[in-house]
Design a protein around this ligand. Structure first.
Ligand code: FE
Length: 230
């Protein structure tokens, strides 16, 4: 499988390109609109056909590339239920498969950061690869204070869903602001300060004590992303 982790530096956003070497079909997770030309060039260089673009959730910090990529390449835009954006061509829910060629991503509904947050699991070979969006970050978790976020739901998503996967599972987050590129579930269980809580109410307290500023591009990003960035 072709696998590329791509960084958009201004918002520290990671996008993930997965390509099937036989069928040459590709899926792009969490694209950023301003990187579209670079993605298309890379797809051409790797002789890949972009079949699917999908976001882990409706982003508040950057404009998604899904709409423009669909326009430019004809790829299908997938969005998880409750899918709210116009221009989406396919919706999915918990446990659904998102497939291109031999690549099969299982959608895991993980509300909490937002009420439309999903993680995607590639579990064909071990260790599994888990794309966690902003649900589980490296040594952190996504904020839960807007977009119908809920720290209670996020606790359940992380502890009752993600952490039931094998501990060797590799974690690829939606962002990292410290230059970390990947982790494992074992590492996060042990060293992620947000996961060192005794129970859900302790997690809720921890999350409500955070003093967070508004994302810089929120007022542009959310309205644009409700139209797939178009
Ligand atoms: Fe987010």
């Amino acid at each position: 499988m072709i696998f590329r982790q791509l960084l958009e530096v201004e918002t520290c956003t990671y996008s993930y390109l997965l390509g099937d070497e036989v069928s040459k079909e590709a899926i792009l997770i969490d694209s950023v609109k301003k990187m579209t030309d670079q993605y298309i060039q890379l797809l051409n260089e790797l002789d890949l056909t972009l079949k699917i673009v999908v976001d882990t959730h409706l982003h508040a910090d950057h404009i998604t590339g899904t709409g423009l990529l669909s326009k430019e390449t004809g790829c299908t835009i997938y969005q998880g239920i409750p899918a709210r954006s116009s221009g989406v061509s396919k919706t999915f829910q918990d446990n659904d498969l998102i497939s291109a060629g031999e690549i099969n991503l299982s959608a895991i509904y993980t509300p909490g950061h937002t009420d439309d947050s999903y993680c995607f699991l590639l579990n064909k070979v071990t260790p599994y690869l888990l794309f966690t969006g902003d649900t589980l970050l490296i040594r952190g978790t996504g904020r839960t204070d807007f977009q119908n976020g809920s720290s209670r739901q996020q606790y359940n998503s992380i502890f009752k869903k993600l952490l039931t996967l094998p501990e060797s599972t590799k974690v690829f987050p939606g962002h990292d602001y410290n230059g970390m590129t990947m982790s494992t579930l074992k590492e996060e269980r042990l060293f992620n300060p947000r996961l060192q809580v005794a129970d859900c109410s302790e997690y809720e307290e921890l999350m409500s004590s955070l003093k967070l500023t508004r994302p810089r591009f929120m007022d542009q990003a959310i309205p644009a992303n409700l139209h797939c960035g178009q």
